[in-house]
Design a protein around this ligand. Sequence first.
Ligand code: 2F8
Ligand code: CA
Length: 245
Amino acid sequence: MLNMKGHEDESGMVLDIRNLSSPARSAALNRFTDESVEVATSVPGRKLHKWVAGSFCLLCILQAALNVSLRLALPLQQDSMKKELEEQKRQLDYMASQVNVLTNEREELKRKLEDFAHYAQQGWLYFNGSFYYISSIAKSWQDSRDNCSQRGAVLAIISSREEQEFIRQQQKVMWIGLTDRETEGVWKWVDETPLTASFWYSGEPNNFKGRNEDCVVINHYYSNENNWNDAVCENEYSWLCEKHM
Ligand code: 2F8
Ligand code: CA
């Protein structure tokens, strides 16, 4: 411990400079000043150096710890992000396909709506998924068939009792799309499907009086639930077109 009153010599004893002679006091003071400067400059410098070194070590340790944790944590985080990304991509693909399906459905519905508006405006009758056109003029069976074709339809194909009832209620003699022109006695619809449910009037088909009656017409016996008749294809009647929606 140093102070202005004294000076610590090599033996550790404190000298009182007031008791010294003038030259000895000067020498002691000079020595005190040199050592004080040395002490004043060197002690805080060493502390700072130690502090900086310690902080640097701490930083190095922290950096190393951070590196290790990042190395351990990053692959795990990358894995989970990759999985999440794949899941989101899968969901995105699914949604894109759904958008596609819905877009097609919307287009289909739009087309149907336009068709409905078109056929309804043209005076066609709607029943159970089909529009029906009843001609006001008469033609042969083949010309009637062609006419339906030009209208984007076919001569009516009757496939149920309900449909037969609907057609019978129109109370008109009309060609329908049934014929045995290809093979006598083998009745086929114009869409090539064979006859399953039939509604022949009693005694029909009969090739009346030995005539070749190969085409089918709705007979005028409207009161009877079964009113089909085979008639000569060249006869001229009204006709019934059907457009299945
Ligand atoms: O014109 C031919 C047609 O004539 C009659 O119906 C009006 C016959 N019906 C009966 O004899 C009951 C049909 O078979 C014949 O096709
Ligand atoms: Ca007949």
